[in-house]
Ligand binder design. Structure first.
Ligand SMILES: Cc1ncc(COP(=O)(O)O)c(C=O)c1O
Length: 429
């Protein structure tokens, strides 16, 4: 048996998982999946078992809250620790001279994945920083109107509200049903609410609540035709499902890398279209010579290189699975629990089932059951870790976010626990 066929056989894959170099072997095992349709690989538990072995998560806790922030594969956290030890030897030399130049590789790799010029990518600490750079850095004047939704991320809404208080801007938060009737409904919702004062539309690529995917390209093009800027919050989208800048045609895009990219905690990315860089003020000032340089957004004073430099390892890990396969696996896992629970008349699934409008993130509620009580029950009885999403006056639900290391057994345990509650119509004693 040659090397390639060994790793593509079930025995080879299983053996690989228990070798000390399991991560490298697991990635080799992926070779056997190339050429196979992503939806077939999504169901191949041998393949996902190898992916699972790349993580050091606590298997006595079923983590269905990967949306907040996700664990890195061991290869990524080992790299981060190695860089940390290195920079700590003589930070002024090892961090500034040896590690910091590596940031240009990170920039190039991020640009390759996003499908843009590296000179349009800034590396930040998180999506909040990326988005706030744009929100606070845009020249706007009293009376200018910002259109967004009430399901956008609270910190980003808080940022606009501060600008309302400080600069006299006006924030308008639109409401939409979950799931919405269609993606075109979302475009029309924004279009219908534009006034002569609208200067900015702020949208999520995918919401952190019910996982609704927005028609970003249509909204950007509709807004551009009216001279309106669009800021896209991609905190949850990047590396959850495949797309490139060409699919969005946006001018500003901010994302976390510690969510679906599985990069070290405290990493984010900002994309700014080249022609727009000069007009955005950085949050921390930079000299005029940097006006057109994307690196002006990275002028934040002394900060560790260890987290940022390990992003490349996370991107390589992501590539070794492949964006399509990841997305198909996520949809498969979501459908596995949601199609069973949907059969109960007292269960409400709030995410769309349309693959264009949904991926890993699901949201579920059971009539008459308080979601915090349900969260406590799942944790106390099954050690299933979830979170609640609360839109006062609209809905309250559990948000379910698995990851590439989530097993079928874990999804089925969650499903069975929820079925018990749905059947009983109350939290079992
Ligand atoms: C939609 C959305 N935007 C922005 C953020 C902020 O991300 P971070 O905490 O990485 O800054 C989050 C975090 O969960 C989010 O879900």
């Amino acid at each position: 048996m040659d090397r390639r066929s060994f790793f593509t056989s079930a025995a080879g894959i299983a053996a690989a998982a228990f070798r000390p170099d399991a991560v490298a072997l697991a990635q080799s095992a992926g070779l056997g999946s190339f050429g196979r349709p992503a939806d077939a690989v999504a169901r191949d538990e041998d393949y996902w078992m190898n992916v699972r072995h790349a993580f050091t998560v606590d298997r006595n806790l079923i983590n269905l809250n990967n949306g907040g922030v996700a664990p890195s594969p061991k290869i990524v956290s080992d790299t981060e620790k190695r860089y940390l030890d290195m920079e700590n030897m003589t930070p002024t030399y090892y961090m500034w001279r040896i590690l910091d130049p590596g940031l240009e590789t990170v920039r190039r790799r991020l640009a390759k994945m996003f499908g843009c010029d590296p000179e349009e990518i800034a590396i930040t600490r998180n999506a909040s920083e990326s988005l706030e750079i744009i929100q606070l850095g845009m020249d706007l004047k009293a009376g200018d109107e910002i259109l967004t939704t009430n399901q956008d991320y609270p910190r980003m809404l808080t940022t606009w509200r501060q600008r309302e208080r400080r600069d006299g801007l006006k924030l308008r938060e639109l409401k939409f049903p979950v799931p919405p009737p269609s993606m075109d409904y979302l475009v029309k919702m924004f279009e219908d609410n534009i006034t002569p004062k609208t200067r900015v539309i702020h949208i999520c690529h995918i919401t952190n609540r019910t996982g609704q995917i927005f028609p970003v390209k249509k909204i950007c093009q509709m807004a551009r035709a009216r001279n309106i800027e669009v800021i896209v919050d991609g905190a949850h989208a990047f590396a959850q499902f495949p797309f490139t800048h060409a699919d969005l045609d946006c001018d500003y895009y901010g994302t976390s890398l510690h969510k679906w990219v599985l990069a070290p905690i405290g990493t984010g990315m900002l994309y700014v279209r080249k022609s727009k860089i000069a007009k955005i003020w950085p949050m921390m000032p930079a000299p005029p010579s940097m006006d057109e340089n994307i690196r002006k957004f990275e002028e934040i004073g002394t900060h560790p290189a260890s987290q940022r430099n390990a992003i490349t390892e996370a991107l390589t890990f992501h590539d070794s699975i492949g964006a399509e396969r990841k997305a198909e696996r996520f949809r498969y896992l979501r459908k596995r629990w949601s199609s069973k629970l949907r059969q109960y008349p007292n269960v409400k699934i709030l995410n769309s089932e349309d693959p264009e409008q949904s991926c890993a993130i699901g949201a579920v509620a059971i009539d008459g059951i308080e979601s915090n009580a349900l969260i406590t029950y799942l944790m106390d009885k099954y050690r299933i870790w979830t979170t609640s999403i609360d839109m006062p006056g609209e809905y309250k639900a559990l948000r379910i976010t698995p990851n590439v290391y989530t097993t079928i057994e874990e999804i089925d345990t969650f499903t069975e626990a929820m079925e018990k509650v749905a059947k009983a119509g109350k939290i079992p004693a």
